[in-house]
Design a protein around this ligand. Structure first.
Ligand code: GSH
Length: 206
């Protein structure tokens, strides 16, 4: 499998899940400004929509849309924690949360990153986002993860979103989100992905 990613983008969620679940994979970096790959090819040849993530399967098929890429990885994983199997109601709770993150949180943050959005519009979006982050913060109060004791698909996605929230809004009003981000940062899968994506500030030795 090949994951097409951009450092710190939403593609970090499947990148973390690939490491959590131990899938053999390759990760190729996409420059989202020019939509090119490191070998100079146009990324539109891989995903005509131009967005990351895209997951190229060994069959050659390319799967896109984060929520579906995550679900695909969850179903292929050899253990049920990240996505419970068909027949277990908890599966729908996990997917409900993935969907909430993709449609209610991710999309709104997209507007904050848009250089053409006015300050007034961004403030409107932030006000709206705060209510949704309040909800997630409360959910995490029962943590350590969104679904309780085990890490599931939406935790990896939320990790990325909380990183964006920290940069764009600050986390002072959401202690559970901050603690969640710090907990996730201790996981080997997360540290590996951050290092691979060039985003890990290593502690100085000594
Ligand atoms: N509908 C897509 C959107 C993904 C998305 O917004 N990706 C952003 C990075 S977080 C991106 O690639 N933006 C650049 C572009 O769309 O050209 C999904 O849910 O996977």
């Amino acid at each position: 499998m090949i994951l097409y990613y951009s450092p710190g983008a939403c593609s970090q969620a499947p990148h973390i899940i690939l490491h959590e679940t131990g899938f053999d994979h390759d990760a190729k970096r996409v420059d989202l400004k020019s939509h090119t790959l490191e070998d100079g090819r146009s990324y539109y040849e891989v995903n005509p929509k131009g967005a990351v993530p895209a997951l190229q399967l060994d069959s050659g098929e390319v799967l896109t849309e984060n929520a579906v890429v995550l679900q695909y990885l969850g179903d292929r994983a050899s253990f049920a924690e990240v996505l419970p199997p068909l027949g277990e109601f908890r599966r729908y709770r996990v997917l409900e949360m993935v969907n909430f993150i993709t449609t209610e949180l991710h999309k709104r943050f997209g507007f904050l990153f848009n250089p053409n959005a006015t300050e007034e519009f961004k403030q409107f979006i932030i006000t709206d986002l705060k209510k949704k982050l309040d909800y997630i913060d409360e959910r995490l109060g029962h943590g350590p993860f969104l679904m309780g004791e085990d890490l599931t698909l939406p935790d990896a996605y939320l990790f990325v979103i909380v990183g964006w929230a920290e940069k764009m809004i600050g986390l002072d009003q959401w202690p559970n989100l901050r603690a969640f981000r710090e907990r996730m940062m201790q996981r080997p899968s997360v540290r590996h992905v951050l290092r691979f994506e060039g985003l890990l500030q290593e502690e100085p030795a000594g």
